[in-house]
Design a protein around this ligand. Sequence first.
Ligand SMILES: C[S@@+](CC[C@H](N)C(=O)[O-])C[C@H]1O[C@@H](n2cnc3c(N)ncnc32)[C@H](O)[C@@H]1O
Length: 227
Amino acid sequence: MQLLFRLPKLRRMNRERHSWAEIFKQAQQFANGFLNPLQVKSEAIRFLEAAEKLKPRYILEIGTAQGGNFFLLARSAVRDATLISLDLPGGPLGGGYSQWKTHVYRRLTLPGQKSFFLRADSHAPASLGEVKRILKGNALDLLFIDGDHSYEGVKQDYLMYAPLVRQGGLIAFHDIIPNVVPECTVDRFWNELSQQVPVEEFVEDRNQGRMGIGVVRKNWGTDSTDL
Ligand SMILES: C[S@@+](CC[C@H](N)C(=O)[O-])C[C@H]1O[C@@H](n2cnc3c(N)ncnc32)[C@H](O)[C@@H]1O
C-alpha cells in the first residue's frame, strides 16, 4: 500500500528535471531497494547518456528482475515510447518478477509511454513472435540484453533479437567482463563479437568480477549477425 502511495513521486522523475545520478539514486533507494538496478552506477549513467541521444521510441529489455534498469531505460526514452520487458519467471540470476509486480512496473514508465511485460523464455520462438506483434513492424532503437548469462544463451538472444534493431540503434550487453560466477560467460561472447564489429565499453573497474556494459551500434547488414 505504502509502495503504491510512493510511486507517483518516483514516476514524475524525468530528464528535464533530474540528473541521471539523482534518478539512479532514487531507483536504488525506493521502498528499501524494491527496484534496485543490478548495475554499477557509473557504468549505467555513461550508458544511459549514450542511449538518450538516440531518443529511443522502441526499447526491449531481456532480463528485468527487480525493474530498476527498466525504470532507468524509460527515462532515456521519448514521451510516447513503447517499452517491452522479457523475463523468465524463476530464471537464473534474478528470478524474474511475479505477475503483481507488472502492475507496479507499468507505473514506472513516464506518462504517455506504453509498457509490455512478457514473462517468458526469450529463446522461445513464441517470445520473439510476441515482441514482433507488439512492435507492429517498427524497429527497436535500443535492445538491452541481460537475461541468460551463458555464452550460448546470450548469443541466442543476440541472434534472435538484434535483427529487430534499426540501423544506428544500440544493442547493449550487461556483464561483459570476466565473471566470478563460472556459469556467467557473457564475456566469451562479448570478446567474440568485439572481433567482428566496433564496440564501446562502459566498465568502472576491469577487476570487479562482474558487471560492465558493452554496446554495439548497429551499422551493418543483418547478415553480419551470423556469428
Ligand atoms: C541480472 S537479472 C536482470 C537485471 C536487470 N536488467 C537490472 O539491471 O536490474 C537477469 C534476469 O534475466 C532473467 N532470465 C534468465 N534467463 C532468461 C531467459 N532465457 N529469458 C528471459 N529472461 C531470462 C532472470 O529471470 C532474471 O530476472
